[in-house]
Design a protein around this ligand. Sequence first.
Ligand SMILES: [Zn+2]
Length: 454
Amino acid sequence: MSPGLVAPAWYSPNNPSDMDTLLRNAFVYTGDAAHTCFADGALLVSDGRLRWVGDAAQQPAAPGARVVDLGGRVVMPGLINTHTHGGLSLHRGCCDSGNLFQWAQTLAPHTGPLSLEDNRQGCYQAVLEMVRSGITTACDCTRYGAGLFAAVASEVGMRALGGALANSPSLRTSGRPNWPAALDETRQALAERAGDARCRFYLGAHSPYSCTPELLVEVKAAATALGLPFVIHAAESREEVDLVLQRHGRRPIEHLHQLGVLDARTILGHCVWLDGGELDLLAASGATVAHNPISNAKLASGVAPVEAMRTRGIPVGLGTDSMLSNNALNLFQEMKFAVLLQRAHRLDGHALSARDALAMATREGAQVLGWDADIGSLEAGKEADLVVLDLDHPLGLTPERVLSDLVFAAGPQHVQAVLVHGETIYEDGRFTRIDESAVRARIRQQGRQLSRPA
Ligand SMILES: [Zn+2]
């Protein structure tokens, strides 16, 4: 805690849902389209949603509301991780070198035989790390166990867009067939989580190079029939472009377009290697992109044309990818690196701004996941998904300094509290819904079994 700030006695494991809460004395970064800030701001939360956000001087009367004094802390929208693989988290650091294809082959013996319990414990590992760094929503990908990540996220209190990516066994180096099993798992997860507003699901396919055209069309058709988004990795590396060109005579995005699987409900991971025609196809289709700058750099995949995509109106969010390719699940790092990578690559100190990075990590990330009616910014009517940060700039807090700090200086160490649907799920290093030490003991136990020689 910064000196001079008084610890607020506001911790409440069971925020009474029948009582309004007024969060006052906060520096509020709303994350709306104009990046509006309120230096002396307040937020009124009713039934888990924001009823009012604004300057304290204009605060409406809120008789009977529980009042929480944030002691001048910064409040920002919950961060949105548009692409990750929680189930792989137990293997963090087991393969830190190699270009994408080579790396994937080195990993296959480790990740091919993962059990559902390995996956579940990996999801716990991922969710704990994400919440700690202010992430309130994540889109997760797995091969088996489409409902696992969402179940774990919901238990901890976070939101999830969960699901599995189908692949064609003939085109993969390892693994069992997972289609139509992924469809059955997703249907089951949808039924089990029907009343859980924190969980949504998609149907996905791994990539244009690991799926046959027939499978891509079949999975997209099933997603459309169920009214679900369709998730796929695409144009991640130059090798992928060469492979798809060789097999189909078309580049990856052209291939997906020809197959009719690109539309406003398609979420593409990566999109590093796009030519002008593919950028136009993407923009015309309404498809959205999860940009993973750290993973793309670590696996030597390249630098995605982020500004070209955004200029064309393609929604771009930020993703961490997995603990194998990153290895942290920290969107503060991702925001900073997204900016630095573009600047270093283009030799342009104006390429991407702090505002751009914040938009991608919040409002535009929500758009990417099709969840922007409810989350992504702190505006009246939206969910009260927010992060309270203990930022204490020596010169005092101004909008420019706060936005700069959030992108270039902040990290999990500044996260004091995380709220989802108005509920405190993490505060002062403590998770409110789960016993973290018991969860960690189970993760370690699973890790020990995995690392035992066969
Ligand atoms: Zn991925």
